[in-house]
Design a protein around this ligand. Structure first.
Ligand SMILES: [Zn+2]
Length: 171
């Protein structure tokens, strides 16, 4: 299932995430039983689905859903602008432009008489969101009604930031 994690997210936090899962599963005595039933990108975030896992695992699913939405799915760069134009795959500007170049090349080989039409990256409506170390979730349970749950991701995010320095050294 891990193979289904998109390449950029693997680069940015794949090992960090697996290590996180390992720790949680060992603590819950669930390492041998655990399996993902589905791993995929949906609406720009990483969705990890498991079957009847301990609650702490569900927290991990939320956590990597949150983290992934700040990271380019293709190269793994963090804090990229989020396109809000209904075009939900989260690509940074470089990766988007590379993709357009490839598509144009392919297109022009096959349909020589028609012009390739595309939307320049700057034309998309974008929202810049910095990743936050502490995330508040609105929750509901029958016992407690509506309540807020604060999750502290600072350890994981600082590991990811360390890795970003190695991945994207200025040349
Ligand atoms: Zn990228």
């Amino acid at each position: 299932m891990y193979d289904d994690v998109p390449i950029g997210w693997k680069r940015a936090f794949g090992k960090i995430m697996l290590e996180d899962y390992r720790k949680v599963l060992i603590r819950n005595n669930y390492l041998d039983e655990f399996q993902w039933i589905e791993v995929k990108e949906k609406y720009g975030t990483l969705r990890l689905y498991s079957y009847s896992a301990p609650e702490e695992v569900l927290d991990l699913e939320l956590k990597y859903d949150y983290i992934s939405r700040h990271i380019c799915i293709c190269c793994g760069r963090i804090n990229v602008a989020t396109v809000t134009d209904g075009w939900v795959e989260l690509l940074c500007e470089d990766c988007y432009n590379k993709r357009i170049l490839n598509e144009r090349e392919r297109y022009e080989k096959h349909s020589k008489d028609q012009e390739y039409i595309y939307t320049p990256y700057e034309k998309f409506a974008k929202k810049m969101r910095e990743i936050e170390a502490i995330v508040t979730y609105k929750c509901y349970s029958p016992e407690n009604g509506d309540y807020e749950k604060k999750c502290d991701y600072s350890d994981t995010i600082s590991k990811i930031m360390e890795r970003q320095k190695k991945l994207f050294k200025k040349r």
